[in-house]
Design a protein around this ligand. Structure first.
Ligand code: PLP
Ligand code: SF4
Length: 442
């Protein structure tokens, strides 16, 4: 039986979880005592939460807190929201500013890493402080949120950089600014002729979907083309409330993307990721990036191996809609930018034959076009293919190098174009529809 007191607290909590965004921000959960009104915590856990939140404060919106399963200590929502003692441990490979964002900053508030686009940091505040945040060292410190003067300077830099055609507004969370302040930023950017597109990165659809209100989308609509990228990590974050937020944005003509981070014990499983991307496209959100966890301090316990990421990609590519497949990226330590990784599909490349494999394990032959230009160093003496004295730079097809290695699987003596695993599902389907796969491949 719940005591009367707990019931009252629970009612208030339920009310807050659906309150408007400003009310929720006034009632952020920032202490273990507040957590205890709906979550059982041991004395040790209370102590550990206090210690960890000295390094990076705790702040959870009532809405996101209401998604925590109080009976599941490994709840993926809880793992992203409630501090643990592991955050106080410094990993062997941790780096203070792993992406060297400070180094690539020509003026405060701007990171200019790629030729034609910049990151514009407009706020240090977030609705919720994600425990896995890569910008832990700067996020949460509202005193260092950029002033209007600083923003003016940053925008001036963009104005003076004609190569910048794409501005990525990030933070912190840009949607924690007032709609009016955001309107001003977008108006300034819109007035710059060479700025062709603006993107906003925000986690509010996930942690504070009530922020996506009519006032906000009506304002955003005035500044098209505006793209919004959000940050769903787990299918359980797709709720009626977050769906409503996504619907509002999509209905306003805003193309939506999602950037997930691979997190240990949260979403590091092909089945969870597959479910997530399906829920996303169902809500008109295109999975954009799946990030390998950065080397930021205090998040080592969230890191997964790169092989896990490849395993997930292996299970997505070909197995589901192409537009549901994100690009798996490692943000290069030291500021090298995002590096895409994918399973290997290219098996071998000879003069005439490219051997590939598909998602089903089928190995197939792509023949290079006969007009492919093959050249040799002039007057080379290492092969006797050319008659002495002949110094043709371009080698006729009849004299191309022989197939080696797996290229030999597709020998000229037969006309095999694919090697197919036994009991292939696709072959089964063709058999059912009476066109034998063997008619085309052997
Ligand atoms: C990710 C990022 C961008 C945008 O990169 P895209 O691949 O175009 O999404 C721009 N600047 C910085 C510093 C970034 O980290
Ligand atoms: S919303 Fe983004 S910037 Fe803010 S705490 Fe979460 S991961 Fe960090």
């Amino acid at each position: 039986m719940l005591s009367n007191e707990t019931t009252t607290e629970n009612d208030e909590f339920k009310f807050l979880a659906n309150a408007d965004w400003k009310t929720q921000l006034k009632h952020l959960i920032t202490t273990p005592e507040q957590l205890q009104s709906f979550l059982y915590l041991t004395e040790k856990q209370v102590h550990e939460i206090r210690r960890a939140s000295k390094l990076f404060p705790m702040a959870i919106t009532p809405y996101y807190a209401s998604l925590i399963d109080p009976n599941d200590v490994r709840c993926p929502i809880r793992a992203q929201a409630v501090p643990t003692i592991q955050e106080t441990q410094i990993g062997s490979a941790d780096i203070e500013d792993p992406l060297a964002e400070d180094h690539d900053s020509p003026v405060p508030g701007i990171t200019h890493r790629y030729p034609d686009r910049v990151l514009l940091l407009v706020s240090q505040m977030c609705a919720m402080f994600c425990r896995h945040c890569t910008r832990k060292r700067s996020v949460g410190d509202d005193d260092h949120s950029p002033s209007k003067e600083m923003l003016k300077n940053a925008i001036q830099y963009i104005r003076e950089s004609p190569q910048v055609r794409d501005v990525l507004i990030s933070g912190g969370d840009p949607f924690l600014l007032s709609t009016k302040r955001l309107d001003w930023i977008l108006t300034e950017l819109h007035a710059i002729e060479h700025v062709e597109v603006v993107r906003i990165g925000t986690r509010t659809p996930v942690v504070l979907p009530q922020r996506i209100d009519d006032e906000l989308v009506d304002m955003l609509k005035k500044h098209h083309p505006v793209w919004v990228n959000t940050h769903f990590n787990h299918p359980r974050e797709i709720t009626p409330q977050s769906k409503a937020a996504l619907r509002k944005l999509a209905d306003a003509g805003i193309p939506l993307g999602n950037q997930s981070v691979l997190l240990r014990d949260v979403n590091d499983c092909p089945l969870i990721m597959q479910n997530l991307v399906h829920r996303l496209v169902q809500n008109r959100v295109r999975p954009y990036y799946m990030y390998q966890c950065d080397l930021s301090r205090g998040i080592e316990h969230f890191r997964t191996s790169v092989s896990k990421g490849i395993e997930i990609m292996e299970m997505l590519i070909g197995h589901t809609s192409g537009f549901a497949v994100p690009t798996y990226v490692v943000d290069a330590p030291g500021g090298g930018g995002k590096i895409p990784l994918t399973p290997q599909y290219l098996i071998s490349m000879g003069t005439r034959k490219v051997v590939l494999r598909n998602y089903e394990g089928v190995i197939c032959l792509y023949s290079e076009p006969p007009h492919k230009e093959v050249t040799c160093p002039p007057d080379c003496e290492y092969c006797d293919k050319l008659t002495p004295g002949e110094s043709k730079h371009k080698v006729p097809e009849s004299r191309w190098a022989p197939d080696v290695g797996v290229g030999k699987l597709f020998d000229d003596s037969n006309d095999v174009i694919a090697i197919v695993p036994e009991n292939l599902e696709r072959a089964q389907r063709r058999e059912d529809s009476a066109t034998n796969i063997d008619d085309e491949v052997r």
